[in-house]
Design a protein around this ligand. Structure first.
Ligand code: SF4
Length: 290
């Protein structure tokens, strides 16, 4: 396993770009690492605790949804292109808010950010276990590809484990078009999920898309295909893909009878109208309204 990056052997600098540090420079990784840091790292990186996924031999990798503050004080936007989805995010409620679960996801993120080479190697090592032969890995039960270098690490990990399938929902449309799709290994597949600030870049004629509907019935009515039987249908079944929103009352109230894609279009239209009225320019990512 490669050693932790030091100032003498600078590692990838993507942690700097991922880190959102307010008003101060980002110190190099060695300055943030402590001697006991490895001990606090997760023993296992991939989980099969999600029963819905485990029944199909799907393991998952999770990092905090939307954003998280690392123990060293840096805040990482883990879903940089989250839009309306952040207002009804399944991964910000229920069991995801249990301290043990939150801490586990934070430890995962800290490992990936603070020691990207070590994390990548640890993931490759873990995937050599026999239990992953013929199994699938969902990248990001929560979270998203938060930087290009992190995505590149995943592409190398995927290539190192040809007997395992990998898939991910993502709202990072640009990253998908520029990196993930062009360099997609044969054992990986992606689906673009709507409800993000890059939705306007999505083209159903060339993209595989997924949308979140208020309920199961509305999926079929819209000509979408439910993945309720197996999450793998998101990448293996017919497209476009639909999924029913989680039954969380406050989220259901916010979403109403629209899909995430429709909701995001409404928000985008309102923003364009405001911009036209004021003559101001608003960055694309400002659609995250939570
Ligand atoms: S991208 Fe997914 S995990 Fe992130 S905020 Fe949106 S719904 Fe939650």
């Amino acid at each position: 396993m490669p050693k932790v990056a030091t100032t003498a052997t600078p590692g990838p600098d993507w942690y700097r770009r991922a880190a959102q540090v307010r008003g101060r420079a980002v110190p190099p990784p060695a300055a943030q690492a402590s001697p006991d840091q490895p001990a606090s790292r997760p023993r296992r990186l991939l989980s099969n605790s999600n029963r819905n996924l485990a029944r199909d031999r799907i393991w998952s990798w999770s990092i905090p949804a939307l954003a998280a503050r690392l123990p060293d004080g840096r805040t990482i936007r883990t879903c940089p292109s989250a839009g309306v989805c952040a207002q009804a995010c399944y991964a910000r409620s229920g069991s995801y808010t249990f301290p043990s679960v939150k801490n586990a996801h934070l430890r995962n993120l800290a490992f990936a950010v603070q020691d990207p080479d070590g994390w990548e190697q640890a993931m490759k090592d873990e995937l050599t276990a026999r239990r992953f032969d013929g199994a699938a890995v969902r990248i990001h039960d929560s979270g998203d590809f938060f930087s290009a270098d992190y995505a590149r690490s995943w592409l190398r990990i995927i290539r190192s484990a040809p007997n395992t399938r990998f898939y991910a929902y993502t709202k990072e449309v640009r990253l998908h078009d520029q990196l993930l799709q062009p360099e997609c290994p044969p054992n990986a597949a992606w689906v673009l999920s709507l409800g993000g600030t890059q939705d306007r870049r999505v083209d159903p004629r060339r993209h595989r898309i997924a949308d979140v509907f208020p309920d199961e019935e509305s999926i079929g009515e819209a000509g979408f295909h439910s993945q309720a039987e197996s999450d793998l249908l998101a990448v293996d079944g017919p497209a476009p893909v639909g999924m029913a929103a989680n039954r969380i009352p406050r989220f259901q109230r916010r979403q109403g009878d629209r899909t995430f894609g429709q909701w995001q279009r409404e928000v985008d239209q309102q923003r364009r109208a405001r911009r036209a009225a004021t003559g101001s320019r608003t960055p694309e990512r400002a659609g995250t309204s939570s």
